[in-house]
Design a protein around this ligand. Structure first.
Ligand SMILES: [Zn+2]
Length: 343
């Protein structure tokens, strides 16, 4: 089968396109004919090499995908051939103490499609049957591939961790990436007041079109001061910061008393300066979050299927141009998800 894959870790030049052996569905797994796959920062981390993870090369990249069930492994009975599905990228063992609590993304062997195992940048991918959910009918294949990882991540942070309520205020740091746009859309659908930051006037304008209530240019202004001006010195109830080192302290300074800070990543570095006094005095809560559970995936999928949120597709490349697609992601030029079409 055709695939975008790695034979070694390194830069963009290590991303190859060509033929690799097709995967075979084992017990409880299904083989899916991929129609579209979407890029995530994870793909860049995997390409560069993640400490502690050794891959079997050639390694097919890609965590997000949508397609049709092509064949079923032994014991995979819930689905049938031809079913149109979207894939939950998180794979859990189902048997550890955290899985038994239903906390699948805390699983002791938790891993993602395309991270430790072969991914979606291919004509065929094998996944556990429980990871295949119904494709929302109103979405194109490109849109269907564009939302699982980021919408699941944003859903868990906002709904399960922060337990957001209608009317609360949320500030999303760095609008334009997949998780930040998913958070903006989900939060607006849940009735929150949402502000966004970006260094790009164009991205701020596009976020306003998607429903953002206010936008702050974080390239020219200290966004925490702007937040205080906009909220009459109060601050916002929730900040979502997956940027890390470059913005963390200002994110904390943007919170109202009793506020919640959400993080699912640290693209500018994992070791920010910390304002501990502000955390205890203002009684702030920091929530770390990764991916989500099967139940959260199902809940999120219902909201997408109901048409209350719609994934934003930045640009579609053919699978053969995976290297160019990854370059666009690495240069942070996208607004929304970069998708690979697979025929
Ligand atoms: Zn487990």
């Amino acid at each position: 089968m055709k695939a975008a894959f790695l034979r070694a870790h390194g830069g963009l030049d290590k991303v190859e396109y060509g033929d690799v052996p097709a995967p075979v569905a084992g017990p409880g797994q299904v083989r899916v004919r991929v129609r579209a796959a979407a890029l995530n920062h994870l793909d860049i981390f995997v390409r560069n090499g993640i400490p502690g993870i050794s891959l079997a090369f050639p390694h097919v990249m890609g965590a997000d995908g949508a397609g049709t069930v092509e064949s079923l492994g032994p014991g995979a009975t819930r689905l049938k051939e031809g079913d149109e599905v979207v894939l939950n990228p998180g794979i859990s063992c189902g048997a550890c103490e955290f899985c038994l609590r239903g906390e699948h993304s805390l699983c002791v062997t938790f891993h993602l499609i395309g991270e430790h195992v072969a991914g979606t940048f291919a004509e065929l991918v094998v996944v556990p049957a429980v990871n295949a959910g119904p494709k929302p009918k109103g979405l194109s294949w490109e849109e269907a591939a564009a939302f699982p990882l980021t919408f699941l991540t944003a859903w868990r942070m906002l709904v399960t961790k922060a337990r957001v309520k209608p009317g609360e205020s949320l500030l999303v740091i760095g609008i334009g990436g997949g998780v930040s746009l998913a958070a903006l859309q989900i939060a607006k659908a849940l009735g929150l007041v949402v502000g966004v930051t970006s260094g790009s006037a164009e991205k701020l304008a596009r976020a306003r079109e998607l429903g953002a209530d206010f936008g702050i240019d974080h390239a020219t202004a200290d966004f925490s001061r702007e937040v205080r001006l906009i909220t009459g010195k109060r601050g916002v109830d929730i900040v979502l910061d997956s940027v890390g080192k470059a913005t963390w302290k200002r994110s904390i300074a943007s919170l109202a008393r009793g506020g919640r800070l959400l993080t699912c990543g640290a693209t500018t570095g994992p070791d920010p300066e910390e304002d501990v006094a502000r955390i205890f005095w203002n009684q702030l809560t920091v929530y770390g979050s990764t991916m989500g559970t099967h139940a959260e995936f199902a809940d999120m999928l219902r909201m997408v299927a109901a048409g209350r949120v719609r994934p934003v597709v930045d640009k579609v490349f053919p699978l053969s141009a995976a290297r160019e697609a990854l370059r666009r992601l690495e240069e942070a030029r996208q607004f929304g998800k970069i998708v690979l079409a697979v025929d």
